[in-house]
Write a protein of this length. Structure first.
Length: 375
């Protein structure tokens, strides 16, 4: 029998299969040859800490005029120092105070009210008291000076809009009957008006107690009915010429010396003016307390305190008694007009006098019966 014909068509499937085997073997060999010794991850892990860490912003609430932008930029310009998120302080819609701040720059009268809902950090050993005028320390809202630091003050003055050419000495003469001035408008703060009322009568606002204050509030409100408005409106009316007389803090006039064409003059009470001041504090809940304290130190530094009056219209607390206005371009009156003991705060921040320490003694004294006994 003859063998079947070796047709080319019958050889094709074998050749194709052989080729597939060779290709597969070659592929496996190449994979083994080029395979790395360990598995390569799909993506490099993100470093847990960057080379130049970004510090979160420091939230700073302020109640008075905002800090100069130059100061903010200077502080934030240090390596690793945070940007400042500066926010004007105002109550929430429900009447509460915001509690998400890292630093609070607030009026002394606001500090105890906010302290009802905010636990303040103890600043002892963290923010120095060196150089601060002692009259602003040891007040009733913070007797030990642990939770706050005073940092700027502002006296309140009578402010008049005078006619061109008015003799400055006449313009500066204090009004003995300030409530009788024509076109007068006063801040609608009952406590402030009561204090001014008492001062206008050459009486100390620290004497007389609650009864004296209540009477002054009643008398001033009755006399000034229709002559009061928010402080901002008083200043605007004075600038626009809608009123010619008011009682406002010094920083407004110093920050805007050309108000009303430079015709607004101020005058001090002969028996001393009244001082409002601001304090700084850090909430215990802040996660950035260390940096917050550095910011407080920055504001209390000699350079910032020296520039305070010209930059914000406030007087520094780091100054010699009677020299708080040094460096001011304004002519300050002579005499004891700058009363550092009477602040706008009810109850007044009375300096706390520590009680004498009670010490035990081994001294003996004769008794009635002639025996000696220890005291």
């Amino acid at each position: 029998m003859e063998p079947p014909e070796n047709r080319s068509e019958s050889k094709k499937p074998g050749l194709i299969g052989l080729a597939l085997v060779v290709v597969l073997a070659l592929g496996l060999g190449l994979e083994h040859w080029f395979r790395p010794s360990s598995l390569e991850p799909e993506r490099l892990p993100v470093p847990s800490a960057s080379l130049f860490p970004v510090v979160a912003k420091l939230v700073v609430y302020h109640e008075g005029p905002a800090l100069p932008q130059l100061w903010i930029n200077t502080f934030a310009g240090g390596p690793g120092y945070p940007k400042i998120d500066l926010r004007a302080l105002s109550r929430n819609p429900d009447g509460s105070w915001p509690t998400d701040g890292d630093v609070y720059l607030i009026k002394a009268r606001t500090f105890p009210d906010m302290g009802k809902n905010i636990v303040w950090t103890d600043l002892g050993g963290k923010v120095s008291l060196e150089g601060i005028n002692p009259v602003y320390l040891a007040q009733s809202y913070d007797p030990a000076g642990r939770q706050s630091r005073p940092w700027r003050i502002s006296p309140w003055f009578f402010m008049k809009k005078t006619a061109p050419g008015t003799n400055p000495r006449v313009a500066m003469t204090p009004s003995s009957r300030w409530w009788g001035e024509s076109a007068a408008l006063f801040p609608n703060d009952p406590d402030l008006l009561a204090a001014i009322w008492l001062k206008s009568q050459n009486r100390s606002i620290r004497l007389g107690g609650e009864a004296s204050r209540a009477q002054a509030v009643q008398q001033s409100e009755a006399t000034l009915a229709g002559k009061t408005a928010p402080e901002e409106d008083c200043w605007k009316a004075l600038q626009d010429g809608q009123t010619g007389f008011s009682f406002l803090p010094s920083w407004r006039l110093i920050l805007n010396p050309q108000a009303a064409g430079g015709l607004i003059r101020w005058s001090a009470l002969p028996t001393g003016t009244i001082v409002d001041f601001e304090v700084m504090a850090v909430p215990e809940s802040s996660s950035k307390k260390e940096m917050a304290c550095k910011f407080l130190d920055f504001l209390l530094a000699p350079s910032q305190q020296a520039a305070l009056l010209g930059a914000t219209g406030y007087f520094p607390v780091k100054s010699k008694p009677g020299k708080e206005w040094e460096g001011s371009s304004m002519s300050m009156p002579a005499g004891a007009w700058f009363d550092r003991s009477e602040f706008i705060l009810w109850p007044h921040p009375q300096p706390v006098v520590p009680a004498p320490a009670v010490t035990e003694t081994n001294a003996v004294s004769p008794s009635v019966g002639g025996e000696r006994q220890g005291e």
